[in-house]
Design a protein around this ligand. Sequence first.
Ligand code: DX5
Ligand code: ZN
Length: 228
Amino acid sequence: MIIAPSLLAADFGRLGSEIQRADRAGADWIHVDIMDGHFVPNISFGPGVVETARRFTRLPLDVHLMCSRPATLLEPFVRAGASLITVHVELGNGVGDLLWKIRALGRKVGLAVNPPTPIANALPLLKQIDLLLIMTVNPGFGGQSFIEETIPKVQQADAWRRERGLPFRIEVDGGINLSTAAECARAGADTFVSGTALFGQSNLKAAIRKMREAAMRHAPAPRGGART
Ligand code: DX5
Ligand code: ZN
């Protein structure tokens, strides 16, 4: 199980120490939301913030691009230190090329699916990816409520993964707390992004440990190979 605190919920006034707090608290990855004010109605970070994050931790940086035109942004985020880059399936026809380009730049490849988008849109691309990000809120803002209707998409993705013997991780993002993490784990998720429910805690170490335990307790029994 991977727990990835989302920097969007950190105290921006002391970003460096917030990243160190997450690192020392046992986070597996740091999730960094990049919003362009067009693909989503909000603006967040650019490559400079990823570069700063890189100076404060050696943990993998999980960069989630909520951007309408990510093609020209891939190289700057790679140079800044992104470990994994996720683009959205809603971008349409060019997505396969973007996935290929991320791979060619030597980074792990992620594909995200918004709540209203059918999970079947991701099906032709599953062989190209390391991570399928199933959005469990409409992207753009932290602190929203989990959308229950996204659970069958997690189940479907897990079924495809088992049937086809594919190795991609299933990540959930938005409204993830102890109970929704457990619910998603039961459906097959193994990677949990959480902003408000983690950074909002004064004891971040305990919060991360509890979320990991909840996810592990509810995970389906592994078939055809253990997943960590
Ligand atoms: C939402 C972002 C999320 C966000 C999650 O658009 O993709 O990563 O930070 O925040 P919480 O956990 O507060 O819902
Ligand atoms: Zn995100």
